[in-house]
Ligand binder design. Structure first.
Ligand code: FAD
Length: 487
């Protein structure tokens, strides 16, 4: 008797290679039916915002294409995950549902509900690793607890053996005699209804093949200069793999293996500052997932409980206007505005600038990090609950291993240091493009003649600074002292 089908439930694992759940489903011997269920009401969805939904649309299309090339196909459905998969079990006669484990709290809750439901139906339910180098429960500090500081976490990880990637089974896809009915991709309504994301296509190639191409390009040179160039937003110094990572189109084990292979005969791994620093950044992604797994409340509330009392500016009329100015890249600080406009235009922002714009929101404007995190969630193609939470709580000073609150980035100094010639600002804030480099990060300090020659009229073609740096800094420090005095 032929073996019964296995449903392969896909979320943030839109790839065929290094996929333990897929390999196990295949090894069962029966047909394998890959399924993606889109639940528009599910907060734990793999694409939590408009930009990541754009990515998801194209990544699902790419996955279906790869599957069809192997005589497989992707089944698409909408609705509650548990009910949809339970129905598919009934209609396909599947006796097992396999998936890659998530580390996000709401996604884990769905996994538990699904396991319970499948148990009631007498169907095997199994979650597999795959998103991380190591499952968070297996990584413990000396006291047996979770790590809360990055450096010892990373040191510890480097003492562990990383498993090699799982090979994709060869040959044609084990297809069922009849595929279940699938919705058309457009029926998932993932693409934005207005033209906003049109520019994304020239920046990105969603899907596993795009991820592999980007990785190859990066390892073919840029990685060697990564340590030296990664902080300069005008340069193509980083990998831009983050959305591919989020959607599981590439895995950290594949990165590890690719760098090991690159070491070749020399055996030196990681070789050089570039590779070391790059792997360390992949380690930050791992740390973010570790923290969210062990401290699931942190996507909404500060890891450090005292910060619940921080006197954030309320979202009254002024607060809302300031938030809008930040979102639209109209704060009057060129490096901040360039970052926010890069985000809007491409769905991505350079890490150095993410730190600058986040610091500006929470310290200069004293608006809660949760407002910034929500905007990033909606507009980043790599929006990722764990990394976004870590990034924002780090910037606000209320998270694990966070930047101390009293270290307040000066946006002019950051611009001058990391975008000395102003190339990044000129690209994203074209109304300042003709200003000389020494004024491009602080146009209000230029003389009227310089401004006029560059065609800049402050308050008209480009805003005056929303807040004055020294005064905003002093106000932030006062608020911080209040918090400290409160114990
Ligand atoms: P590279 O420099 O090439 O790094 C390689 C990979 O390492 C990245 O693709 C990413 O997966 C990982 N990585 C690098 N830096 C970090 C970091 N600081 N934290 C966690 N992982 C890291 N990253 C996201 O993927 N999604 C987010 O929603 C997100 N929100 C952020 C919010 C704030 C306020 C800040 C300061 C950072 C945030 N980051 C987030 C982390 C980081 O900015 C991006 O991962 C990085 O800019 C992606 O570009 P890249 O792929 O070229 O990175």
């Amino acid at each position: 008797m032929p073996a019964s089908p296995t449903l392969l439930w896909l979320r943030c694992d839109l790839r065929l290679s290094d996929h333990p759940a897929l390999a196990a489903a295949w090894a069962r011997g029966g047909p394998v039916i890959p399924v993606y269920v889109h639940d528009a009401d599910d907060v734990s969805s793999s694409a939590p915002g408009a930009a990541s939904r754009w990515w998801l649309h194209h990544s699902l299309a790419a996955l279906d294409k790869s599957l069809r090339a192997r005589r497989g196909r992707l089944t698409l459905a909408t609705g509650s995950v548990v009910e949809t998969l339970a129905n598919l079990v009934r209609t396909t006669g599947a006796t097992a549902v396999y998936w890659q484990r998530s580390h996000e709290p709401a996604a884990r809750a769905i996994e538990s509900a699904l396991s319970q439901r499948l148990g009631e139906l007498g169907v095997e339910a199994r979650a597999f690793p795959g998103a991380l180098l190591f499952e968070p429960d297996t990584v413990r500090n000396r006291q047996g607890g979770p790590f809360q500081v990055f450096t010892p976490f990373w040191r510890h990880l480097q003492t562990l053996e990383v498993a090699p990637p799982v090979a994709m089974p060869g040959g044609d896809w084990p297809a069922p005699s009849r595929w279940p009915a699938s919705l058309a991709l457009d029926a998932l309504a993932l693409l934005p209804t207005r033209q906003w994301a049109d520019g994304f296509s020239s920046e990105w190639e969603p899907g596993e093949a795009g991820a592999q191409r980007r990785l190859e390009r990066f390892l073919d040179g840029p990685v060697d200069d990564y340590a030296a160039r990664r902080d300069f937003p005008a340069e193509p110094g980083t990998s831009r793999l983050s959305p591919h990572f989020h959607f599981g189109e590439v895995t950290p084990r594949q990165i590890w293996a690719a760098l090991r292979a690159r070491a070749g005969e020399s055996g030196v791994f990681p070789s050089g500052a570039g590779e070391q620093t790059f792997l360390r950044e992949v380690g930050w992604r791992e740390f973010a997932a570790h923290l969210l797994h062990h401290f699931p409340h942190t996507s909404e509330r500060p890891l450090r409980a005292a910060w619940e009392r921080f006197p954030w500016r309320p979202l009254d009329a002024e607060g809302r206007a300031w938030l809008r100015a930040w979102q639209r890249g109209q704060t009057g600080y060129p490096i901040v505005d360039a970052g926010m406009r890069e985000l809007w235009a491409t769905g991505w922002m350079h890490n150095r600038v993410r730190m600058v714009v986040a610091s500006f929101l929470v310290k200069h404007l004293r608006l809660s990090w949760t407002h910034g995190a929500a905007w990033f969630t909606d507009t980043l193609v790599d929006a990722d609950l764990a990394s976004n939470t870590l990034g924002w709580q780090w910037s606000a000073g209320c998270g694990a291993d966070a930047a101390p609150y009293f270290r307040i980035f000066n946006p002019v100094a950051q611009g001058t240091r990391f975008d000395a010639e102003g190339a990044y600002v000129r690209r994203w804030v074209p109304e300042l493009a003709r200003l000389p480099a020494r004024h491009v990060h602080a146009p209000w300090q230029a003389t009227p003649e310089v401004l006029s020659r560059a065609g800049v009229t402050l308050g008209k073609t480009y805003p005056f600074p929303l807040v004055e740096h020294a005064a905003a800094r002093a106000a932030a420090l006062t608020a911080y002292r209040q918090l400290s005095a409160g114990g």
